[in-house]
Design a protein around this ligand. Sequence first.
Ligand code: 5GP
Length: 117
Amino acid sequence: MTHGGDTIFGKIIRKEIPAQIVHETERVLAFRDINPVAPTHILIIPKKPIASIAAATAEDKELIGELLLEAAEVARREGLEEDGYRVVTNIGTHGGQTVFHLHLHIIGGRPCQWPPG
Ligand code: 5GP
């Protein structure tokens, strides 16, 4: 399996740069966002370098499921379940994506607005 890819998240996966890792499995990594937008802001990424959910294929079906379940598990462990939280993934320019390695944001610890900006 490929671990990483040519982005800042690839470097985090390979432990070339530090991150506050919350949970790690063979295929998925969860770590705290360096620039949190809420009291709890965690990123969940596959170790496989997929640019965004738009670049995922049928081959990634199980991995994407694992990513979502991991997000729910991390949120549970962070104590976010009772008040709720948001899981979001940004795609491309209009989506506000800045790192082109698929990631889910877990945002919690404060109410979120709807619709998002
Ligand atoms: P995007 O805008 O692509 O959806 O989200 C990228 C996220 O990655 C941003 O929230 C940004 O703060 C976070 N980020 C960018 N570089 C780093 C880094 O080096 N370490 C960590 N922990 N987070 C990062």
